[in-house]
Design a protein. Structure first.
Length: 295
């Protein structure tokens, strides 16, 4: 049977004039920030999309992922478009704040999630302020020693030429030391760099430079000897941490430890293993892309 051409034209006309229907599902695994959310686009008859994630960020991908760093309520809206027609659909998602103070450090070799200790409020608050001011963005890990630590935070490193000597820069101030016998240099510890005792007898910390411990295996007899020499009485919990994870205990009570990597230890390993020059600067720049405060 032959279908009339007018009928075919009518079907095509109605199809071309059909309004798109926006719809999506939220695939949310975490209820606390930081959290990566996948959005499954379930729209119909649409040709293009515009997502508003509710935090000032947007996307035109069909089914995007988005990472949230701040707790609270977010109204996510999807606009589905076809020609001059548009349909909107929105959902609310909620994230709780983490129970501990966290920052996320994205580097050119991976991302680390770092806890900042409440027991060291001067260093915690200073690090948060610098992060929120984007101070660390595009700085380098300028000193890297395998089995010891990775160091960054020198503002001079942002535009440093290959081979340039780094490590003398800062924000123009130092911080009072905050030593705590329970906050030690186990692998993954975040600590403040500083000038040597001969010019800095108070052991004041750099205002911006920090290091993250890579460390080596620690034996109990060695730890005991270090403690006796430095006048440190290690608690059973600290001893267990050192024996399980290793570290650099000879730095304890000399440099302020104010945080610890809680996710992304493999990133420290990757940075520690890069090729370095004679001054321990990586042969190829290892960059801090961003430091975001989670709250």
């Amino acid at each position: 049977m032959r279908i009339p051409s007018l009928f075919i034209l009518a079907v095509l006309f109605l199809s071309s004039c059909a309004k798109p229907i926006a719809n999506f599902a939220v695939l949310q695994k975490e209820d606390k920030v930081p959290a990566t959310v996948s959005f499954e686009n379930q729209s119909e008859k649409a040709e293009s999309y515009y997502w508003d994630f509710g935090d000032g960020k947007s996307s035109t991908e069909e089914s995007p992922e988005h990472r949230y760093y701040l707790s609270g309520k977010y109204n996510v809206e999807l606009k589905a478009k076809k020609g001059g027609k548009e349909s909107k659909f929105s959902k609310e998602i909620i994230f709780n704040a983490p129970e501990i103070c966290l920052v996320e450090m994205q580097t050119s070799l991976g991302t680390m999630l770092i806890q900042l200790y409440d027991e060291t409020p001067i260093h915690r608050d200073n690090f948060i302020k610098l992060a929120e001011d984007n101070f660390y963005n595009d700085l380098l890990f300028h000193r890297v020693i395998d089995g010891f630590m990775i160091q960054g935070g020198d503002p001079i490193s942002k535009k440093a030429k290959p081979g340039a000597s780094l490590g003398s820069g800062g924000p123009g101030y130092t911080l009072e030391a905050e030593f705590n016998p329970e906050l030690v240099h186990v692998a993954g510890a975040l600590a403040a760099a500083r000038q040597g005792d001969n010019v800095n007898p108070e052991k004041r910390s750099s205002g911006s430079q920090f290091y993250i411990v890579h460390g080596k295996e620690v034996k109990e007899d060695r730890l005991k000897a270090i403690g006796e020499r430095a006048g440190i009485i290690y608690s059973p919990d600290v001893i267990k941490e050192y024996l399980n994870f290793g570290g650099t205990p000879f730095l304890d009570n000399g440099y302020t430890v104010f945080g610890r990597v809680v996710k992304g230890m493999s990133v420290i390993e990757a940075i520690a293993k890069v090729n370095k020059d004679s001054r321990d600067r990586p042969a190829e720049d290892v960059k801090i892309i961003s430091v975001k405060v989670i709250k």
